[in-house]
Design a protein around this ligand. Structure first.
Ligand SMILES: *Cc1c(COP(=O)(O)O)cnc(C)c1O
Ligand SMILES: [Zn+2]
Length: 426
């Protein structure tokens, strides 16, 4: 495979091994993969499957097992835990009235979110290019992932996080893995501007989702899911949208799989945003005529993003897959999370936006009764214990029948006996 960076706006191409995040014209860059005569994809599905029997980390990894569509590193250059060995669960029928509902659980990655799939290629790249330091701005999960992979690779890591607006599980990871953590006054978008500027001045590798390399790793969420479905293409793939990195990566994965003859049809993407962090939804509503950043606010911190960097590329994914964009309220998000958590398949708030969105789209009749639907769960339930306990303790201004607050009980044999009988239903 031959790879170059290509501007999505003007089409100008740049070599892939010279670091660059934007085109001279200001447009976003994309990794363009060109098939060469020696590339043969006629048995690629078998090759990918066979690697699962190997105990080599690069074969076990749910990213590098699909390396033909990720990057052609030498094995020794790859920094991997290995990541991406995540499950696809079939969810109970009562959750959504469709033919089949699956959850792809990316919270099962080494640092608890899908960000690891992008970070393994990003950090491998930083190392190969001779960088000693990596940096990102993050609402939390990117910094947790960057910190862990930098520690593994022996690189210095700096993360910029928004002041006071970050879930506890994520912050604790960045600190524990040893990243220098800088809390900047302002929101995610302010933090993002700060790192862009600093990375352009120093020899520091920038690993935000602006970085087109990371998205090549995130494509494997889609590839892996389709493999787990025995390559029977679902009707819908529903995912939360923040910076729109996954939206971009999934459209690109599907485009390439189709172009290389690995699949014949593509699922429709449904991207779900939080009501008060919904610039992509608003743009979709006006036919992508115009895009306006917003001041973002939502309990789902991972998608509390008002000016998504990947807007232009994400738009392309919606057009290519005949996709839709929907918005949901925080209440809908937290109630959907309660449903997922109660099924045993827990997740963090942003992840539950996908189920909340699927429920809404089903109600509207966009998703049909006979459809096969995959929802993406992006992060682990332990990432944001604050949001979960606030919900169950009734500290939010909404709740539902699944709220489950702890109950105080006297330390007396009789009282305990009585209570247990009540729970047993005796
Ligand atoms: C990063 C992140 C998102 C947002 O994904 P994008 O690709 O930026 O749209 C959603 N959920 C979780 C848990 C995340 O960590
Ligand atoms: Zn350009």
């Amino acid at each position: 495979m031959k790879r170059v960076l290509k501007c999505v706006r003007c089409g100008k191409e740049y070599p892939i091994n010279v670091p660059r995040y934007l085109c001279d014209c200001g447009g976003l860059l994309d990794v363009k993969i060109v098939k060469e005569d020696s590339d043969d994809f006629s048995h690629i599905k078998e090759t990918w499957k066979k690697r699962r029997c190997s105990n080599k980390p690069v074969d076990e990894s749910g990213v590098w097992r699909f390396r033909e569509l990720v990057y052609d590193f030498d094995e020794s250059e790859i920094v991997t835990f290995p990541e991406g060995k995540t499950n696809l669960y079939e969810l109970p029928k009562n959750i959504l009235d469709v033919k089949a509902l699956f959850a792809k659980h990316e919270g099962e990655n080494p640092t608890g979110s899908f960000k690891d799939r992008g970070m393994t290629i990003g950090i491998s790249f930083a190392k190969k290019l001779g960088y000693k330091m990596v940096i990102c701005a993050s609402t939390g999960n990117t910094s947790a992932s960057l910190a862990a992979y930098a520690a593994k690779a022996g690189l210095k890591a700096v993360v910029f996080i928004p002041d006071g607006k970050i879930a506890f599980g994520k912050l604790s990871q960045a600190l524990a893995y040893g990243a220098k953590t800088l809390q900047i006054k302002g929101d995610f978008d302010d933090a993002m501007n700060a790192v862009r500027e600093i990375a352009s001045k120093h020899k520091i590798y920038l690993l935000n989702s602006l970085n087109p390399i990371r998205l090549e790793g995130q494509k494997t969420i889609m590839i892996h899911t389709l493999e787990q479905l025995n390559w029977e293409i679902p009707d819908w793939f529903v995912l939360p949208g923040g910076n729109l990195g996954n939206t971009t990566a999934f459209g690109k994965a599907l485009y390439e799989l189709k172009k290389f003859g690995i699949i014949e049809k593509v699922p429709r993407l449904a991207v779900i945003q939080a009501e008060n962090a919904n610039p992509f939804y608003s743009a979709y509503k006006n036919g992508f005529e115009k895009f306006e950043p917003v001041k973002a606010e939502t309990i789902a911190t991972a998608i509390r993003i008002g000016n998504p960097v990947n807007y232009e590329k994400a738009k392309r994914s919606i057009e290519f897959t005949n996709g839709v964009v929907e918005e949901v309220s925080d209440e809908e998000i937290m109630n959907a999370k309660a449903v997922l958590d109660r099924s045993g398949t827990g997740c963090e708030p942003a992840s539950a936006a996908s189920l909340a969105g699927a429920i809404k789209l089903r109600k509207k009749g966009v998703i049909k009764k006979n459809d096969k639907v995959v929802i993406l769960l992006t992060g682990n339930i332990l990432k944001d214990p604050g949001a979960t306990t606030d919900y169950h303790l009734g500290k939010l201004h909404y709740g539902g029948s699944l709220q489950n607050a702890p109950e105080k009980i006297e330390n007396s044999k009789e009282k305990i006996e009585e209570k247990i009988k009540e729970i047993l239903g005796e």
